[in-house]
Design a protein around this ligand. Structure first.
Ligand SMILES: O=c1ccn([C@@H]2O[C@H](COP(=O)(O)OP(=O)(O)O[C@H]3O[C@@H]([C@H](O)CO)[C@H](O)[C@H]3O)[C@@H](O)[C@H]2O)c(=O)[nH]1
Length: 512
């Protein structure tokens, strides 16, 4: 099958956090590896997109993990001086007021006013006495823990914007990990108890690490180090076909030269004369972070109809960021704020200057208005100019900035940002997984899209690390066991007092 002499023992599909972690761990073990990336940028959704010197983090990536191996790897890839220690803050902008998120009882009830506070407490207590029968839906899960009124204020609209469907149609699968519980009773007891008798409360981290030029800096450095250590990273080649044989599993890959997608920073490289050309790679093992459903469809020969149908059942939610340059005064201390108002379409607003001063320019900040969309829908198809005008209009409508103050705008589109957990996703994933385990055991899905799992970056990296151990060290980790903890919040059991962020964000070593 090899037509151009390429030969690699392990091929890695995708140069995002999972793919590059796999490659990094393979070169550490001196296993020959070739990474195949369709775009012209590394980092996947964890890239730093750049336009005219402005830098954008797509979705916002706090570098915090409870996995020591991941923490150690981040610090092995990037030197300490490239990390900033940044304050963590994200609030909800609701009805003209800012609310702490995750919700805090005193702050939420105080902001809502006494009448609504009483109603919320009553509905919270009612939910304790009569919890919803079906807590397998996202709506049931939230109402059981917050009460109907708080659910309606702070969860319903946002989730409908985020996922594009009514909340009672969504399973509660990701809720325990992603939505921090509220204990009104705990808060009241603690408020009434003398300090010395209070239980130690686990609190969210107050600071997180952040590469000074955004998350892409981590993956650009990782890609460089992989190559310096003998690995190959091939850019602008998208895997079209994954060849396999019954009894042998995967034997190789065919790619197509893309010239890059232009969805992040930069457009397809028009100077390439070989766009559309096919290339072939043999592989003894393939680690894949390409979308799970696309992987199934790339298989040649085709798998059975029920496997293809399961792949077709997996849906993704897509994402676009309208980045608007504004005077620095238009910024806010939050990394992002959630926008619940149904009168505007924007769902979340990043302040890139709060992530790192190196993402923005002096005297200016850049707000990233996030729209949750489906590729091909009306919003996705709007021109950049229309989206920028809409963003400026919505900022003014929310009272966050004057539309006339917007100096410049950019649009960054990110297909397949989230796996969409619908009622059937689990069964569909299971069907594909079982088929692959039997027929292509040397094909290893990893990462968020690769496994169709709503992982954060650290868990995506972990799946890659364990896969490499299975391939190179003969371990038998079940990577589907990664990220199945009931909850995985960014919290610590006692406050750190050793470090505070420098307001100017100067690079400071952080404890690894
Ligand atoms: O007002 C709100 C806010 C949130 N929710 C619910 O919480 C879920 C988690 O929200 P969030 O922490 O914003 O999660 P998200 O995945 O969108 O973003 C973080 O994760 C990564 C990201 O996925 C990029 O890879 C990034 O680090 C963070 O930005 C949300 O699903 C809501 O259900 C709510 O109900 N109301």
């Amino acid at each position: 099958m090899t037509t151009d002499g390429n030969r690699s023992s392990v091929a890695v599909i995708g140069a995002g956090p999972a793919g590059l972690t796999a490659a990094y761990e393979l070169v550490r073990r001196q296993v020959p590896v070739t990474v195949l990336e369709g775009d012209s940028m590394v980092g996947g959704i964890s890239r730093t997109a750049e336009r005219e010197g402005w830098r954008f983090d797509i979705g916002g990536h706090r570098f915090f993990t409870k996995v020591p191996e991941v923490e150690a790897l981040w610090h092995e890839i990037l030197p300490d001086e490239d990390f900033l220690l940044r304050p963590r803050m994200s609030r909800i902008f609701y009805d003209g007021k800012l609310y702490d998120y995750p919700l805090k009882a005193g702050n939420a009830l105080g902001n809502l006013g006494p009448v609504e506070a009483v109603r919320c407490v009553a509905s919270y207590l009612w939910a304790r006495i009569r919890p919803p029968k079906n807590q397998d839906t996202l709506e049931g899960w939230i109402v059981a823990r917050f009460g109907k009124r708080l659910y309606e204020h702070f969860f319903k609209t946002y989730n409908e914007k985020l996922w594009g469907v009514p909340v009672d149609q969504l399973p509660a699968d990701f809720a325990a990990q992603r939505i921090k519980n509220l204990s009104l009773t705990g808060a009241v007891i603690n408020a009434l108890t003398p300090k010395r008798n209070q239980k130690e409360i686990t609190s969210l981290i107050e600071e997180f690490q952040y590469p000074k030029y955004g998350p892409g800096m981590m993956w650009e450095t990782a890609a460089r180090k992989v190559q310096e250590r003998g690995g190959t990273v091939v850019m602008e080649e998208k895997v079209r076909t994954v060849h396999w044989e019954p009894g042998r599993g995967v034997t190789g890959l065919t790619t197509e030269v893309t010239g890059g997608y232009g969805s992040g920073a930069g457009a397809p490289d028009a100077s390439r004369t070989d766009i559309g050309a096919e290339k072939h790679y043999e592989a003894d093992q393939v680690i894949s972070s390409m979308p799970f459903s696309s992987l199934v469809h790339a298989l040649d020969p085709k798998p059975p109809a029920e496997v293809l149908a399961a792949a077709d059942g997996l849906k993704y939610r897509d994402f676009l960021t309208v980045a608007l340059v504004l005077p620095v005064e238009a910024g806010f201390p939050d990394n992002w704020i959630y926008i619940h108002s149904p009168d505007v379409q924007v769902g979340r607003i990043q302040n890139f200057g709060s992530w790192s001063p190196y993402l923005v320019k002096d005297g200016r900040t850049c707000l990233g208005l996030e729209f949750f969309v489906n590729v091909g829908d009306d919003t996705w198809n709007r021109s950049d100019e229309e989206l920028i005008a809409q963003g400026a209009r919505e900022l003014e409508q929310l009272g966050l900035a004057e539309a006339a103050d917007v100096e410049r705008g950019f649009v960054v589109r990110m297909p397949k940002a989230y796996p969409f957990y619908d009622a059937g996703y689990k069964d569909n994933v299971e069907v594909i997984r079982r088929w692959m385990e039997t027929n292509t055991p040397n094909l290893h899905p990893v990462g968020r899209n690769g496994m169709f799992r709503y992982n954060n970056q650290d868990h995506s990296m972990m799946t890659a690390m364990l896969t490499v151990q299975n391939i190179a060290d003969g371990t038998k980790h079940d990577i589907w066991d990664v990220n199945v903890e009931e909850d995985y919040h960014e919290e610590v059991s006692s406050k750190r007092s050793d470090a505070t962020a420098d307001d100017h964000g100067s690079p400071r070593p952080t404890a690894a």
